[in-house]
Design a protein around this ligand. Structure first.
Ligand SMILES: NC(=O)c1ccc[n+]([C@@H]2O[C@H](COP(=O)([O-])OP(=O)(O)OC[C@H]3O[C@@H](n4cnc5c(N)ncnc54)[C@H](OP(=O)(O)O)[C@@H]3O)[C@@H](O)[C@H]2O)c1
Length: 324
């Protein structure tokens, strides 16, 4: 297969490009900094601007799958400039990919479009799935930053819906946090807290964490490619989300840490300010389950967090040893 990955230079894109390249497929990543002569990845990296049609669109001609991941990272303070960049980078890149597919003589048969499990409402009472889940935005008493993330997710998905690509199946990837042992990824950050004795619960610890082991993430993407009946919104998340306090306790156990200092909401406000990020990423209850994947017969290698956390800790240690 020929697989095109716009925005494929980041955490998730690098995992996907490596996975599909090593499985024998042709991979082309579209990057705003493509074509660097010192590029070390073995797959092709082509240049685009993520906003307007250009020569890059020829890569989609005759391709099989497009996986669009482009977007300014949400791991930042939601000030006016960052909000604009977060929103525009997602909407514009999605729109222009739709235009490129629409004008292709031989369009890809599948367009997998990044979205987020954060599109669902902040809730504790019941899990959100694709069939009965409640989309967020109308919860009372939630901070404006939480509403912003939901506005972005809805605008992102609406742009995909509006694209007229009759020969191309479209899937919205409502992904939870992808846990991988790579440096700088979300697991690395959480494990860093545990290693420094700061891995207690956040806020009141009741908020749910939705997560997915990266191997299940990669296999679920492959599954979506292979199963042509699957289209529309698909939750890409392990079937057992759990409260933050339990999530952190399991991670401490997996690492072998006996103690972890917890952080109240106001400590988190100060901490996230200095880390240039937002408390929403840890305090919003993300209770999301993958009903459509399960109904289609997908099986998770890591359905529960304690097993996934042990495996990720082991992989993290092996990588660290290989570097030292
Ligand atoms: N990581 C997760 O656990 C997770 C969970 C749910 C959803 N998602 C979503 O999945 C996508 C990929 O996640 P990721 O963690 O791999 O993200 P990432 O590491 O931040 O990478 C995203 C890529 O988007 C491109 N980009 C950055 N700023 C941009 C801008 N202003 N305009 C256009 N492109 C820009 C960058 O590529 P170039 O600089 O090379 O152009 C970057 O490599 C994101 O949209 C994210 O919101 C991620």
């Amino acid at each position: 297969m020929k697989i095109i990955i716009p925005g494929g230079t980041g955490q998730v894109g690098s995992l996907l490009a490596d996975f599909f390249y090593k499985s024998g497929h042709e991979v082309v990543v579209l990057s705003r900094q493509g074509g660097h002569p010192l590029q070390y990845e073995p797959w092709q990296i082509a240049t685009w601007d993520a906003a307007t049609l250009g020569d890059w669109a020829t890569h989609l001609e005759g391709s099989d799958v497009v996986i669009n991941l482009a977007g300014r990272s949400v791991n930042c303070r939601y000030n006016a400039a960052n909000r604009q960049a977060i929103m525009e980078s997602r909407v514009n890149s999605t729109r222009v990919i739709g235009e490129a597919i629409a004008q292709a003589a031989h369009p890809p048969r599948l367009w997998l479009q990044a979205s987020t499990a954060a599109i669902y409402a902040h809730r504790y009472d019941a899990p959100n799935d694709e069939l009965t889940g409640i989309l967020g935005g109308d919860e009372p008493n939630v901070p404006d930053t939480w509403r912003f993330s939901i506005d972005v997710a809805k605008a992102w998905e609406k742009t995909l819906d509006e694209a007229v690509t009759p020969h191309t199946r479209k899937v919205k990837l409502r992904s939870a946090m992808v846990m991988s042992p790579d440096a700088g990824g979300v697991f690395d950050v959480l494990l860093g807290l545990v290693r420094r004795g700061l891995g207690g619960w956040a806020g009141n610890g009741r908020q749910y964490v939705s997560w997915i082991h990266y191997q299940d993430f990669l296999h679920s993407i492959q599954w979506l490619i292979e199963h042509e009946q699957l289209e529309g919104a698909i939750n890409i998340t392990a079937p057992n989300p759990l409260p933050n306090a339990q999530f952190m306790s399991d991670l401490r156990k997996a690492w072998g840490a006996s103690f972890g200092l917890s952080a109240t909401e106001w400590i988190l406000e100060i901490g996230t300010f200095f880390m240039h990020t937002e408390t929403e990423l840890v305090l919003k209850s993300r209770r999301v389950i993958p009903t459509r994947l399960l109904q289609s017969g997908f099986t998770f290698q890591f359905p529960t967090w304690p097993t996934a956390a042990r495996d990720l800790c082991q992989q993290w240690r092996e990588r660290r040893k290989a570097i030292e």
